[in-house]
Design a protein around this ligand. Structure first.
Ligand SMILES: [Zn+2]
Length: 237
């Protein structure tokens, strides 16, 4: 199954943290959305690979995502190497999206930072016919970037997710081993703390406030965006 939109994350909950509301909004608009997790999160303090796969599947269902795959690259071992690019290229040529969301750099987590460069370069090389694989070449023409945890710079775009924030929270709760969850017994971690759970709302409310909305998600572009008219003139012409 090919998709309209593909969101790539380094770990199985990165996409939900960064753009879960945006993805649900796109699904509700009738688009076919896919997720590619680059690693299985096997180096995480909480949750087994099997638990995390089941949680990711559940979160995809909550968001209405049609297809979620895992590239099974090494957690805590993502690098922008030709070998890892080839793995990502095979997935990109399978999903064949028109719009791609990928992690932004710089980022405090080395895997997030590596994923930025890895996905960006894999997407370019995926369009080259002489890079061999099992599928036809495909380069996604439009790429946006997001941060899973914290924005490192002012974004170029903020998506109004006010009507989708509760679904984003539900998708994150599906990752029962990862976030604040008194019912889960396991070692405590930063992202499993109640204070981190609160920052998810604070962060979305902050970006929403910058566009006069209740909740927002930040996106970055590294290329100029073409528009037919400057935004703000809708309805006047
Ligand atoms: Zn991550």
């Amino acid at each position: 199954m090919t998709v309209d939109v593909l969101a790539v994350g380094a770990h199985p909950d990165d996409v939900e943290l960064g753009i879960g509301g945006t993805l649900h909004k796109l699904v509700q608009q009738g688009l076919c959305v896919g997720i590619l997790d680059l690693t299985q999160g096997e180096m995480g303090t909480r949750g087994t690979v099997e638990e995390r796969l089941a949680e990711a599947t559940e979160a995809a269902t909550v968001l209405g995502v049609a297809r979620r795959e895992n590239a099974q690259l090494p957690d805590a071992g993502l690098h922008n190497t030709p070998d890892q690019q080839r793995v990502v290229i095979e997935h990109l040529r399978s999903f064949r999206p028109r719009v791609l969301f990928a992690p932004m750099a710089p980022d405090r987590h080395p895997d997030h930072e590596a994923a930025h460069h890895l996905v960006r370069d894999a997407n370019f090389f995926s369009g080259l016919a002489r890079i061999e694989g099992t599928r036809e070449p495909h380069r996604t023409p439009q790429v946006y970037f997001y941060h899973p945890y914290f924005e490192a710079a002012m974004p170029q775009l903020i998506v109004d997710i006010s009507a989708h924030f509760e679904v984003k929270q539900a998708a994150l709760r599906a990752h029962a081993s990862q976030f604040f969850n008194p019912a889960y017994t396991g070692p405590s971690t930063f992202i499993a703390s109640e204070s981190f759970w609160q920052t998810i709302q604070t962060r979305a409310a902050y970006w929403g406030s910058r566009i006069n909305a209740a909740y927002g998600e930040a996106l970055y572009c590294t290329q100029p965006l073409g528009v037919a008219l400057p935004p703000g003139l809708e309805g006047l012409i």
